[in-house]
Design a protein around this ligand. Structure first.
Ligand code: NI
Length: 297
């Protein structure tokens, strides 16, 4: 009895020891491969300079107004934003900042973000570096003179900018380049209702909405636009606040997770395949009558 029991416990020990060893061995295998594959994902995304929209966990959007400040229309927008307790971002033209610094000062004082939209609104994509540098520097100086702080965001007029210019501007001025994902084409003056409905149809969480505070119909469109976006539950933040909320987009994670979930049925399929030839053998007989009715070729 004692001999058999000690023999049994000995075997048991060996089994456990073997299992522990083999687990240790296999666990070493996958870990280095995981360690290699994990850093690969963040490296692929890289540091982002340009933003059209962001993924956020919540109903947050950024309303942006370009080309101002305008002597009478920008104050109207500021009044409306104050009434709605909304924050917006103004991509200002340097020339206009120099002309109406007090309006820019008021916007900043009321919690809105002031960002660069160049000095004279040229097509930067067709300009040389010296010209672009002057456009950026003069605007940066005018904003700093008006509100006491430098802008950190820049939007190229017409959205026109080359990839090389983006990297160069980011390196030189530290700006992030902000485009948009909602464009009501309000500069074509399609009428206030069209502006409102286009914005309402296109806006989703994380959207950056483009509008211009220099066109009267755009200003007319804003009360209904703000009311209806608020009814839909959207909350308005500045672009910098929106960027700070940015989270990695889930579609990529889902896409990565789906194949691993889909794999078990795939691996199960080859197991059933060996049985398939048996099914295929009788298959030709029902399949044969089919070709026979059809004429040759
Ligand atoms: Ni513009």
């Amino acid at each position: 009895m004692l001999v058999s029991r000690s023999f049994f416990s000995c075997v048991l020990f060996l089994c456990i020891a073997h299992a522990a060893f083999s687990q240790g061995g296999t666990s070493l295998g996958p870990e280095p491969s995981r360690a290699v594959s994990q850093p690969a994902t963040p490296v692929a995304s890289g540091p982002q300079i340009t933003f059209n929209s962001v993924h956020v966990e919540g109903p947050f959007v950024a309303m942006t107004f370009d080309d101002g400040p305008h002597a009478t229309l920008t104050p109207k927008i500021l009044d409306l934003l104050a009434a709605h307790k909304m924050k917006a971002t103004f991509f200002v033209v340097g020339e206009n900042v120099a002309e109406y610094p007090d309006i820019v000062k008021r916007a900043a004082r009321e919690g809105h973000e002031i960002a660069s939209h160049s000095w004279s609104h040229p097509n930067l994509g067709k300009m040389g570096d010296d010209g672009v540098r002057r456009e950026m520097q003069k605007t940066d100086d005018a904003i700093t003179a008006a509100i006491g702080t430098r802008p950190t965001l820049m939007r190229p007029p017409y959205g026109s900018i080359t990839a090389r210019q983006k990297a160069w501007i980011h390196e030189t001025f530290g700006y992030r380049i902000i485009i948009w994902d909602v464009d009501p084409l309000d500069w074509k003056r399609p009428g206030p209702n069209a502006v409102t409905s286009r914005i309402l149809n296109e806006t989703k969480p994380g959207s950056i909405i483009l509008a211009h505070d220099i066109h009267p119909p755009t200003i007319e469109a804003m009360p209904a636009t703000f009311d209806q976006l608020e009814t839909k539950g959207f909350k308005f933040v500045t672009v910098s606040e929106l960027l700070a909320m940015a989270r990695p987009a889930p579609p990529k994670l889902r896409a990565a997770a789906t194949p691993t979930i889909a794999r078990p049925p795939v691996t199960a399929a080859p197991i059933t395949r060996p049985a398939a030839p048996a099914l295929r053998t009788p298959a030709p007989s029902p399949a044969l009558p089919a070709p026979s009715p059809t004429p040759n070729g």
